[in-house]
Each structure stands twice: as structure tokens, then as C-alpha cells.
Design a protein around this ligand. Structure first.
Ligand code: DND
Ligand code: ATP
Ligand code: GLN
Length: 550
């Protein structure tokens, strides 16, 4: 019987829907590690996670079958076996599965038992729950393979232990949330304690639309000690060595990477999500409006760190209300980041719209309609640049604004992707301060400050009329954001927030704004999930909705 095993943990990124590229990447890993006995890949590595309705396409299932057998054939050389995440179709439906590929064949199939169906997940829509799994027999060792959600409850691991598993290998597609690394470690330690078995936790990295995966894979031995900690955010391959002694299997202590503390983790999440979104969708770069305000300054900094300065194009579009301070702050941001900055005044278009609309608007006072036209002219201008040169328009709205509808639909909301969509304004301030003092380890941007301090300290303004300030329309952000966190993240009522010391009228107004802005959020571009409850998959509210708690 084997007393020593070498298991490669392949913390990879995934190309959603490019099964050939995913299969080739796995074969390349195998070529690099001929000394491994077994290679563990993340959940659904062949397809991409989360695959959503892509797996309902029979042609994709057929492709998955063919690619899986192509990889399996490569294992005929007797080298490393592979545990590969894929979809299988049986007579009664589709299953999220791991295939053991060894000696030229599909040697075993394990089906996921617990299907997550909350938050951003809706796997019950796609997959059948597998039976409580049995351990696989691999070269004389019985290995339990709980698939992601299977380790979030005791049942599957306990069943595997009862069926004779000697160690647990858990492939995951576990999206980033703040402090989730601590949550996963505590969870894995519970499973280890309940079963007495060591557990290797392997997660993917990279962005997939609104989700981003931090990797942060690790191994916990039966005594609860962390034997190996892989890095966060970057693809990595770590060979782990396992020995069987009197007390069972133990993983040798190996590399121990430090993981990002807050808010560096948030910054990395935004950066990696944008990098993968832009590159996978084959944009040459991004274009964005740089106003001299903090939202566009931070968005530009994240874009430069994600893509490099030469792929980020900033445009200042002054109007009659743009003050000199905004012009100089935008210019200084661009200089610090080393990006191209063009200036395209919008006054000619504003004048043209005034003239065009004069007959229709006759007898009406100037109001929000004219203010919003400026924002929409900027949107049209940026989209024209996007059409002409191919850059994707990066939209800059933050979660506070998106919560209360403080943004112009078809105006500053125009764009393809947002990095701030799930970041409250107070988080935007914190991240800007952090980036001015730190360079992200995987960033492509410059060392040193990326925006003048004035951008962080001056009062936020949309500059759509003279002397406008956000505080004319909204409570101060240090009051607004905790109210929003209560209403959105915690689903509190007005009374709950009043009990926490907030003013009733203010909370009731914010609740109303939150509900009536649902229509805007449904038309907003996607953006990376950074917290526990993003707008979109995590929080699905009706648009037409008369419910109020005030
Ligand atoms: N339930 C619903 N379903 C579908 N459509 C609905 C709707 N309710 C209103 N609407 C439509 O939405 C329109 C109102 O929305 P919208 O046109 O956005 O206009 P609105 O929300 O009234 O104004 C935009 C606000 O965003 C502020 N802001 C803040 C920061 C930056 C910027 C910027 O632009 O740079 C703007 C700006 O100062 C102003 O207070 C209505 O005219 C109506 O057509
Ligand atoms: N003068 C401008 N030139 C270029 N883009 C602009 C201009 N004014 C607004 N925008 C675009 O519209 C977006 C929305 O404006 P908003 O005022 O909400 O954000 P901001 O100016 O970046 O930050 P702040 O809210 O702190 O002032 C900006 O982030 C920017 O992309
Ligand atoms: N892919 C999954 O099963 C993910 C669900 C799991 N609770 C996680 O976030 O890690």
C-alpha cells in the first residue's frame, strides 16, 4: 500500500466556455509536474465557474465529454493522475462533478451533493444533487472528494469518513468576499475536527463577470494546523507531500503565503476582476471620463493597475460649471498615473441641445432636464470614442450612488463595466487613501500617490450646475453609508435603524430612494461583487414595489 503521495494543488484561472483552452492549460500543468502522483484542479475547471445556463446547451455537454476524454487519454503514459472538475449528463439530469483521470481512462466520477442556492448561487436551477459520495480508490488510498458546498455542511465529509476516506481533497469555486479566507479556514477546521481527516482546500483565481475568485488555497492537517497556504489572487501550483503514519495521513509543512489584509484585498478584487473582464472580452483598453472627482480618479487608478497606463484613456469634458480646481485635479491624476488625458469641452453640444429643445421646452424653467443633458452628452462622447477605437467605457458609479439613484441614467451610468459598483463611497475614500500609500503587489501602475490629496478631501460634486454638492441632495456619506448597509446588507427596517440612533425622516427618505432606484440598477452595467450583498445576483428586488417600512 502507498505510504507517500505527492499531490499538486493547481490554483488556476479559468476561461469560461473555452473548454479546449482549459483542457490544454490542465495538460500543461501536468507536463510541468511529472513527479506528482495526482493533480487536483478547481471545481468545474473544464467549463468555468459559475457556468450559469451555458450548461443547458447540449453542445457544451458534448464538448465537455470530448475534452475530458482527450485529457484522460494523456494520462495513459502512467504519469500524474488528474482530478478534473466538469459537467456530466446522466439520464436524470446534469451533475456538477469531479472526474478522476488515470492510466488513460476516466477511473471515477464524483458528483456534488450539496448545491448552493442562495446569494449569487443558483446551482439547483442547473444541477441534480449527487448521492452522498463514496471515496475514490487511488493507488491503494481512499480519497474523499467533497466538492465546494459539500464542505459547508458536516454531512458529506462525515459520510466520506464513514465510508473509509483517509484524506479529503476539496475543489472549490468560491468567490471572494471580505474575510472569507478566515471563514473558510474556520469551516475547514470544523470538518477536520469532525472527521479527524486532513483536508486540502483548492480554489480558483480570476474574474468572471460580477464575481472574482481569490484562490487562497490551503491544507489543514488532522491536528488543525495549516500545513500549506497558497497565495491569494495569482495562479499558483504547489506540490504537497503526504505521508501515512500510525495516526493516518499528514501533509508536510510547505509554503505559507501571507494573505492580503483589508483594504488591500478589496483593491485586488477590483483590479483582478477588471483585468480579466477587459482581456477576456478582448478590449484593447478602457476609456473613462476623468472629472477631477474621487470616483473617476479611483476607477482610473484601478484600471491602470489592472491593465497598464498605456491601455487607459482618460477624457476631461468640461462644461461651463467645471471649476479650475477640477481641471487641475484631473490633469494631476493623469500625470501621476502616466495616462493619456484628452480634453473635449461639451459646451458646443450643450448649446446645440439648448437650441434643439428650445421650442419643446418653451415656457419651462431650466431644471434637472438640462443638467442631465450634460451628463448624457459626456456619455455619448465617451461611447463615440469607444466605438471608434474599441476601448470599453469604464463607468464610475459607486454603491452609495447606485443605492439611491444619484446618477444619470444613459448619462454617467453609460458603460460596460464598473469597479466601484459594490463599493460604498466611504470605501471609495478608504481605498483611495490606501492606494496613495501602497502599490498593489500584482498591479501594473506606478509607485507613490495616484491622485492629489485634494481629490480625496474636497466635497464631492457632480458639477451639473453652479456650486452643486452631493450634500445638497444626500445626507453626508458617513451617515448615508451605515443606513444603506443596514437597509441593503442587513435588510433592516426604518424602525431598526432609528433604534440604532439614525434620524427617522432621513432613514425613511433613504429607504424610499433605495426602492425607487431599482429601475436604474437593472439598467446599470455589471460590476465586481466586493461585499456580502451586491446589487444583482445577491439582492433581487422587484422594480414595481409599494412596500415601505416607514
Ligand atoms: N420606475 C421607473 N421605471 C422606468 N423609468 C423610470 C422609473 N422612474 C423614473 N424613470 C425614468 O428615469 C428618469 C429619471 O432618471 P434620470 O434621468 O437619471 O434623472 P434623475 O434621477 O432625476 O437625476 C439624476 C440625479 O443624479 C445626480 N447625479 C449625481 C452624480 C453624477 C451625476 C452625473 O450625471 O454625472 C448625476 C444628478 O445631480 C441628479 O440628482 C425619468 O425621467 C423617467 O424617465
Ligand atoms: N467634467 C467631466 N469630465 C469628464 N468626465 C466627467 C466630468 N464630470 C463628470 N464626469 C464623469 O461622470 C462621472 C460621475 O460624476 P460624479 O460627480 O458622480 O463622480 P466624480 O466626479 O468622479 O466624483 P465625486 O462624486 O467625488 O465628485 C465621473 O466619475 C466621470 O466619469
Ligand atoms: N461553488 C460553490 O459551491 C460555492 C459555495 C460556497 N458556499 C462558497 O462560497 O465557497
Amino acid at each position: 500500500m502507498t505510504m507517500r503521495l505527492s499531490i499538486l494543488l493547481a490554483q488556476l484561472n479559468q476561461n469560461m466556455g473555452d473548454l479546449t483552452a482549459n483542457a490544454d492549460a490542465m495538460l500543461a500543468v501536468r507536463d510541468r509536474w511529472p513527479e506528482a502522483d495526482l493533480i487536483l484542479f478547481p471545481e468545474l475547471q473544464l467549463i468555468g465557474y459559475p457556468p450559469e445556463d451555458l450548461v443547458l446547451k447540449p453542445a457544451l455537454i458534448a464538448r465537455a465529454h470530448d475534452e475530458l476524454h482527450r485529457i484522460a487519454a494523456a494520462t495513459a503514459d502512467g504519469g500524474p493522475a488528474m482530478l478534473v472538475g466538469t459537467v456530466i449528463a446522466l439520464d436524470d439530469g446534469l451533475y456538477n462533478a469531479m472526474a478522476l483521470l488515470d492510466r488513460g481512462a476516466v477511473a471515477a466520477m464524483i458528483r456534488k451533493h450539496e448545491l448552493p442556492n442562495y446569494g449569487t448561487f443558483d446551482e439547483k436551477r442547473l444541477f441534480m444533487p449527487g448521492p452522498p459520495p463514496e471515496p475514490i480508490h487511488f493507488r491503494g488510498v481512499r480519497i474523499g472528494v467533497p466538492i465546494c458546498e459539500d464542505i459547508w455542511f458536516p454531512k458529506v465529509c462525515e459520510q466520506l469518513k464513514a465510508a473509509g476516506a483517509e484524506l479529503l481533497l476539496a475543489p472549490n469555486g468560491s468567490p471572494y468576499e471580505p474575510d472569507k479566507d478566515d471563514l473558510r479556514l474556520a469551516l475547514v477546521r470544523r470538518r477536520v475536527e469532525e472527521t479527524g481527516l486532513p483536508l486540502a482546500y483548492l480554489n480558483r483565481v480570476g474574474g468572471q463577470d460580477e464575481l472574482v475568485f481569490d484562490g487562497s488555497s490551503f491544507v489543514v492537517n488532522a491536528d488543525g494546523a495549516v500545513a500549506v497556504q497558497m497565495p491569494d489572487w495569482e495562479a499558483a501550483e504547489t506540490l504537497t507531500f503526504w505521508d501515512k503514519g500510525a495516526g493516518g495521513w499528514t501533509c508536510e509543512a510547505g509554503e505559507r503565503h501571507a494573505l492580503d489584509p483589508a483594504p488591500a484585498d478589496l483593491y485586488h478584487a477590483m483590479m483582478i476582476a477588471l483585468r480579466d473582464y477587459v482581456n477576456r472580452n478582448r478590449f484593447p483598453g478602457v476609456v473613462l471620463g476623468l472629472s477631477g472627482g474621487i470616483d473617476s480618479a479611483l476607477s482610473a487608478a484601478v484600471a491602470v493597475d489592472a491593465l497598464g497606463a498605456d491601455r487607459v484613456w482618460c477624457v476631461m469634458m468640461p462644461s461651463r460649471f467645471t471649476v479650475d480646481e477640477s481641471l487641475s485635479d484631473a490633469a494631476e491624476c493623469a500625470r501621476l498615473l502616466g495616462v493619456r488625458l484628452d480634453t473635449i469641452p461639451i459646451e458646443p453640444a450643450v448649446t446645440a441641445f439648448d437650441a434643439m429643445l428650445a421650442p419643446a421646452f418653451a415656457g419651462r424653467a431650466r431644471d434637472l432636464a438640462e443638467e442631465n443633458i450634460q451628463s448624457r452628452i459626456r456619455g455619448v462622447t465617451l461611447m463615440a470614442l469607444s466605438n471608434k477605437f474599441g476601448h470599453m467605457l469604464l463607468t464610475t458609479g459607486n454603491k452609495s450612488e447606485m443605492s439611491v439613484g444619484y446618477a444619470t441614467i444613459y448619462g454617467d451610468m453609460a458603460g460596460g463595466y464598473s469597479v466601484l459598483k459594490d463599493a460604498y463611497k466611504t470605501t471609495v475614500f478608504a481605498l483611495s487613501e490606501w492606494r496613495n500609500a501602497n502599490r498593489p503587489s500584482l498591479g501594473l501602475g506606478p509607485e507613490g500617490p495616484v491622485m492629489p490629496v485634494n481629490v480625496i478631501t474636497k466635497p464631492p460634486t457632480a458639477e451639473l450646475r453652479a456650486d452643486q454638492k452631493d450634500s445638497d441632495s444626500l445626507p453626508p456619506y458617513d451617515v448615508l453609508d451605515p443606513i444603506l448597509r443596514g437597509l441593503v446588507e442587513e435588510e433592516l427596517s426604518v424602525a431598526d435603524l432609528v433604534a440604532r440612533g439614525f434620524d427617522r425622516d432621513t432613514v425613511a427618505r433613504v429607504e424610499r430612494l433605495l426602492y425607487i432606484a431599482e429601475y436604474k440598477r437593472r439598467q446599470a452595467p455589471p460590476g465586481v461583487k466586493l461585499g456580502t450583498r451586491n446589487f444583482g445576483r445577491d439582492r433581487r428586488y422587484p422594480i414595481t414595489n409599494a412596500f415601505r417600512t416607514a
